[in-house]
Ligand binder design. Structure first.
Ligand SMILES: Nc1ncnc2c1ncn2[C@@H]1O[C@H](COP(=O)(O)OP(=O)(O)O)[C@@H](O)[C@H]1O
Ligand SMILES: [Mg+2]
Length: 204
């Protein structure tokens, strides 16, 4: 029996981290084991790679390769074993973020990212992707109020506009797996949409 693999996506400041623990609790209350994790990261090695990717200057292809190296370790060491024992895995970002950030944001060709996706995931895709969508300017205001920016969050609004468009393109290509959440509203409005996305799947 395989558990469900759910990813949270969207630009920085969209509300992913604010909602992932709440959804974990919601799924647990329905009697399922839940693993909450994130990318880049999720295993000791991948967390070390995350630190490099978020801090060290590097060229874009190096960045992409480190993100996928971290992803491979995370899949093999954490995600696939959890799914194999039937757990629900909630992951804050996954490969759609590589298409959005390194692809649409930084300009790497989607075909190159797609090759790594095939290689590293061996056909495994998330079962559900919850996409927190909002204008780049609104996300920037939220981030400014909340935290010191990392290497990605220091990018300008045009960058986040491209990343948002990258997510929109992935959502069109993977329409069955993606659910778009209008994340401009209040936390309560966003949460209601997250629950609706989970309920309509009928898995929990
Ligand atoms: N719906 C919302 N309305 C207003 N502020 C929000 C909303 N959702 C999250 N925030 C705030 O915006 C900031 C970024 O949210 P966060 O969950 O960290 O986003 P992400 O993980 O997608 O980068 C946090 O300070 C959070 O409290
Ligand atoms: Mg976050």
């Amino acid at each position: 029996m395989s558990g469900r693999f759910v990813t949270f996506e969207g630009i920085d400041g969209a509300g992913k981290s604010s909602h992932i623990e709440a959804l974990a609790q919601w799924v647990r209350e329905r009697g399922h084991e839940v693993v909450v994790t994130r990318e880049p990261g999720g295993t000791p090695l991948a967390e070390r790679l995350r630190e490099m990717v978020l801090v060290e200057p590097m060229d874009t292809l190096t960045e992409l390769l480190l993100v996928f190296a971290a992803r491979r370790d995370h899949l093999a060491g954490q995600i696939l074993p959890a799914l194999a024992r039937g757990a629900t895995v909630l992951c804050d970002r996954f490969t759609d973020a590589s298409f959005a950030y390194q692809g649409a944001g930084r300009g790497l060709e989607a075909a190159r990212i797609g090759a790594l996706e095939q290689w590293v995931q061996e056909g495994r895709q998330p079962d559900l992707t919850i996409w927190f969508d909002l204008p780049a300017a609104v996300a920037a205001q939220r981030r400014a109020a909340a935290r010191q920016p990392d290497r990605f969050e220091q990018q300008d609004e045009a960058f986040f506009g491209r990343v948002r468009n990258g997510y929109a393109a992935r959502a069109r290509e993977h329409a069955v797996r993606f659910v778009r959440i209008d994340s401009e509203g209040s936390p309560a409005q966003v949460w209601r949409q997250v629950v609706a996305a989970a309920e309509t799947r009928g898995w929990w």
